[in-house]
Ligand binder design. Structure first.
Ligand code: ADP
Length: 266
């Protein structure tokens, strides 16, 4: 039993491929190429990496990046306990030592000085210097870095450095086609086909409002949530309000526009 057993995925996570992403990821992993999953929130990036970790039989260490995250949060730090100061590996170091896939979710949220700690791991050096500990960890042969990146949130202030981007192979994700998204909603929410088709039509309409006040349309995740409520007996219009309209905007006009789109699809 190793420390990483808790990070192993033992049951196949359902993932419906949209294109050749499985084959491409496998090829990238075979060369331990760092991979960037690019696409809007809720379109299946996290599910995909979970599926791939299961498929490749690797543990998956996921870190949700945020702006207060420091390099120490990733690599580790000395902490005081009963025996004095003891080094604790951070999640990245753990993955590097044990040969996991390390998934850094929403990497642009992290400050650029935090992001650069992955540089020496994402070129042919494959090392992680632990400066405070005076140790250089050589990555396990099975270790791989995967990051997610939502181009929609990008601003000049918050973007990946060019030198970071260029280390990755990138797979572009988008919301699936209506037929595929219907299958996903049926499977994930347990609703019947006609209901899933209706929810998908609603999402498509909401996505057309993107740029007209909405930053993003309803994601696949939101559709699944609406479906889960419907499966619990919530009337569809109410389920869509709870799972899609209210979370996505506070603007009364937009809420009205979205509610109109829902009514038109029912
Ligand atoms: P992201 O990481 O892109 O924000 P997630 O991977 O968390 O999004 O996807 C949100 C939800 O949408 C998942 O929990 C799953 O229910 C569903 N989903 C989206 N795309 C797929 C897919 N291709 N196959 C299976 N489920 C999917």
């Amino acid at each position: 039993m190793t420390i990483l057993d808790a990070y192993r995925i033992t049951r196949e996570p359902f993932y419906r491929p949209v294109g050749r992403e499985i084959e491409l990821f496998e090829a990238a992993y075979a060369s331990r190429m760092p991979v960037m999953l690019k696409g809007p929130t809720g379109c299946g990036k996290t599910r995909f990496v979970e599926h791939m970790a299961w498929r490749l039989g690797r543990p998956l260490v996921t870190v949700s990046c945020h702006e207060d995250m420091t390099a120490s949060d990733l690599v580790g730090r000395f902490l005081l306990d009963a025996e004095g100061t003891v080094w604790h590996d951070g999640p990245l170091t753990l993955a590097v030592r044990e040969g996991a896939i390390c998934y850094l979710d929403e990497i642009v949220e992290a400050r650029q000085d935090t992001t650069v700690v992955i540089h020496s791991l994402t070129d042919d050096r494959r090392i992680l210097p632990l400066e405070k500990k005076n140790e250089v960890v050589t990555a396990h042969a099975d270790f791989q870095v995967v990051i997610s990146y939502n181009p929609g949130y990008q601003s000049v202030l918050k973007d990946l450095k060019e030198s970071t981007k260029q280390r990755f192979g990138a797979l572009a994700f988008a919301y699936p086609s209506p037929a595929v998204e219907t299958e996903i909603v049926m499977r994930e929410a347990g609703v019947e086909r006609r209901m899933a088709e209706t929810l998908v039509r609603i999402a498509e309409r909401s996505r057309n409002l993107k740029g007209h006040g909405l930053e993003e349309g309803a994601s696949t995740r939101m559709l699944v949530n609406a479906g889960l409520l419907v499966a619990r007996g919530v009337p569809v219009e109410e389920a869509c309000q709870v799972a899609m309209v209210v979370p996505i905007t506070d603007d009364p006009d937009l809420r009205e526009a979205l509610s109109g789109a829902i009514a038109a699809c029912l």
